[in-house]
Design a binder for this molecule. Structure first.
Ligand SMILES: [Zn+2]
Ligand SMILES: [Zn+2]
Length: 398
């Protein structure tokens, strides 16, 4: 593998590193690791990214973030990656801190181009611009497509959010435009009615994604279902237990839903009094016993609870709360938990990732994608280059 470091005119800072060649993520694996098919439904005990060929009929869901807005090292804010046997990949929410876990999986960023957002709290969209720019740097040369609900007024919907982000990051986006593929700078927004009930948001390549309302803080939180190949994944947005989820999540193979900290754990966690903690845990969110009630109605093949911090004492409290009302298959999700789903079984494991995982290689199509002129500081600023330093010559002699 050769690397060509492309230096911008940006006063000595390297802003793009482009791989020469078309090595895949699998080809860059350390010696001794290679992608293999899973035979007879027997998986390795841990999931090592890019070492397993996803079955054609199979769905793999990886928790990128399962925690709270005030994230911990063990639990960043909410995000899930869904990968299908047909090659499609989808992100559901991209809360603060989730990008680190996504990048540690070394995914093919050409495919990480569709994100579905449940609502616009920072613990669900905080890493949105990091995903947009980080993915653009790492192999995506097409627009990022974002699907998310409207709000009760125009400024509370996803269009307004994306407009604002593009304004706030105008400097960042302009510096990279030219060095990176032009189309990758774009964001395509689909804003749908937050009140729609089980209506289609997305339908391509055999995949159907629907949304329905959730009850949370303000209007404009939703839940999603993804159906493909007779498998159904449900992603619950932050919510008080709601009738739409109970109805439309039915038939799910994996149904995710918040199982928030119980009020008597939430109070010391935030330093709140019990009244405020009870209000938030049982009026704005779904406490563990309520999560269990919902799942007893939905009866998924597996229930997934998240949006908490599973320290030992909390884990026990949440588990006991859920088990007062639900005795079915359950996982209380941790970051980088991996769930493989086939018609025959659901397998829950942890991913094993490198702390210094390199970004994945980019494709020849990415290298060849059109770029406009690179940007540069003004002559006035460039005139301030210190004469006491001379950079080494560029490899191509320029
Ligand atoms: Zn929220
Ligand atoms: Zn939240």
């Amino acid at each position: 593998m050769q690397w060509h470091l492309k230096e911008s005119a940006c006063a000595g800072s390297i802003i793009a590193a482009l791989a020469i060649g078309t090595a895949t993520a699998q080809e860059q694996l350390p010696k001794g690791r290679e992608a293999v098919e899973i035979k007879d439904g027997v998986y390795p005990a841990s999931y090592f990214p890019n070492t397993e060929i996803l079955g054609e009929q199979e769905m793999r869901i990886t928790a990128l973030g399962t925690g709270m807005p005030n994230q911990t090292k063990a639990a960043v804010s909410i995000s899930f990656l869904v990968e299908l046997g047909n090659g499609d990949k989808f992100i559901f929410d991209i809360g603060s801190g989730a990008n680190g876990n996504l990048f540690s999986l070394r995914p093919d960023f050409e495919q990480i181009d569709k994100i579905f957002v449940s609502h616009l709290h920072v613990d669900h969209v905080g890493d949105f611009m990091g995903l947009h720019v980080g993915g653009w740097l790492s192999g995506r040369y097409t627009p990022l497509r974002v699907f998310a609900p409207s709000g009760s007024t125009p400024e509370l919907g996803i269009k307004s959010y994306v407009d604002g982000m593009q304004q706030a990051y105008a400097w960042d986006l302009q510096t990279r435009t030219g060095a990176l593929p032009d189309e990758g700078a774009k964001i395509e927004v689909t804003e749908f009615d937050y009140l729609q009930e089980n209506e289609i948001v997305y339908q391509e390549n055999g995949v159907t994604i629907r949304s329905w309302p959730a009850i949370h803080s303000l209007d404009g939180s939703v839940s999603y279902s993804l159906e493909w190949n007779d498998l159904k994944y449900v992603f619950g947005g932050d919510t008080y237990p709601n009738k739409w989820y109970v109805e439309y999540a039915k038939g799910a193979d994996l149904a995710s839903h918040e199982a928030f900290l119980p009020h008597d754990a939430l109070a010391p966690y935030f330093g709140w009094d019990l009244s405020q903690a009870t209000y938030v845990a049982t009026r704005v969110h779904t406490e563990p016993a309520a999560f269990g009630k919902v799942m007893s109605e939905v009866q998924p093949r597996m229930a997934l609870g998240c949006h908490s911090v599973l320290s030992p004492e909390n884990y026990q409290a949440i588990l006991e709360g859920v088990r007062t009302t639900y005795d079915g298959p359950l996982t209380l999700a941790r970051d980088l938990q991996v769930i493989n789903i086939t018609k025959d079984q659901i397998v829950v494991r942890e991913a094993s990732v490198d702390d210094y995982a390199l970004p994945p290689a980019v494709s020849q199509a990415y290298i060849d994608a059109p770029r406009s002129e690179e940007k540069s500081p003004s002559d006035q600023v460039l005139s301030g280059k210190w004469e006491g330093y001379t950079p080494p010559p560029m490899p191509d002699g320029n």
